[in-house]
Write a protein that binds this ligand. Structure first.
Ligand SMILES: [Zn+2]
Length: 306
């Protein structure tokens, strides 16, 4: 197996530092698919970077079939500032694909990623997480249900109206695309890293990039509706529901926003329906209006995966 590393120049910044993208390419002895795995498209989702680093060091990769391209930090500037968006133009990289070579800096980055990575692979796995404070646990089911299922998480989500400008909008035109949402927040990430590494290797088996049969996934539920409950008041968030995967009833209080000054309750965030917790906050922290509060998957429209 051959490994090469290159960094692709994007631009020189006013600081004099160069902005470039890290790209690892691994080529196996035997033929197989071209698989691309990306992380840190959102800069505050560092757990995916560690998952790719662990995969890179995994001895099973010695049996790689085909080509594996790893983009561990898709937005280096946002990773540096530990923010979701690029600090220099405040744009969300995952809303501007395929990008624009003459556009905002984030659009210029998206253009390079599209040309050098997303359009050169046959399978794309994009690793996301909950960001700085929330934890999350689900996998998008897009154009490759069998690969999304092979990741092995209990809840899959087929969005009725996918976001525009995501990386998989580009890769999904010519490749099988899987978006993973796992881990994040101010909590120990090791369990999520291990789950993601296991899931990734199983997807690689299902795609024919690693030898051996893929493990059958556990009982899974396909969600068709996930509602994001966002706070309307800023303050201190006191989580009531802390874990992901638990059931809630319509009207259940998920968390409270209290004033850090007067201590009065400013808002209660409640579940919009009977469902399952997809994104939660494990710890007390500051929130602003419009932040990610909670995400709840609806049971009434969900279906078991067969
Ligand atoms: Zn993300």
């Amino acid at each position: 197996m051959q490994r090469t590393y290159r960094s692709i120049d994007i631009a020189k910044l006013a600081s004099g530092l160069s902005l470039s993208l890290p790209l690892h390419e691994l080529v196996g002895e035997a033929g197989g698919p071209a698989v691309g795995i990306s992380a840190a498209v959102h800069g505050d989702e560092g757990v995916g970077v560690e998952v790719i680093r662990r995969l890179f060091a995994d001895s099973e990769l010695e049996e790689l079939r085909g080509r594996l391209v790893l983009l561990p930090v898709a937005n280096p500037l946002a990773f540096q500032s530990n923010t979701r968006n690029t600090p220099l133009d405040m744009a969300n990289l995952n809303r501007v694909f395929p990008g624009d070579p003459d556009g905002w800096l984030t659009e210029q980055m998206a253009d390079v990623i599209s040309r050098e990575f997303l359009t050169r692979i046959e399978v794309h796995i994009d690793l996301h997480a909950g960001g700085l404070y929330p934890i999350v646990d689900y996998v998008y089911q897009l154009n490759a249900p069998e690969l999304s299922r092979a990741f092995g998480r209990r809840f899959l989500y087929a969005p009725p109206h996918p976001y525009e400008g995501t990386s998989t909008e580009v890769s999904g035109k010519s490749a099988k695309a899987v978006v993973v949402e796992l881990g994040g927040g101010l909590t120990a990430q090791e369990p999520y890293v291990e789950l993601a590494l296991k899931g990734l290797k199983n997807v690689l088996r299902a795609a024919g990039a690693l030898p051996g049969a893929a493990d059958a996934p556990p009982a899974q539920t396909l969600l068709h509706r996930i509602e994001t409950v966002r706070p309307h008041q800023g303050g201190l968030l006191l989580p009531v529901v802390q874990g992901v995967g638990g059931r809630v009833k319509a009207g259940d209080v998920l968390g409270r926003v209290v004033s850090p000054f007067t201590f009065e309750t400013l808002e209660e965030m409640c579940s919009p329906y009977d469902g399952v917790m997809i994104l939660t906050h494990p710890t007390v922290h500051r929130v602003e209006p419009g932040d990610y509060g909670y995400m709840v998957g609806e049971f009434a429209t969900a279906e078991p995966v067969r």
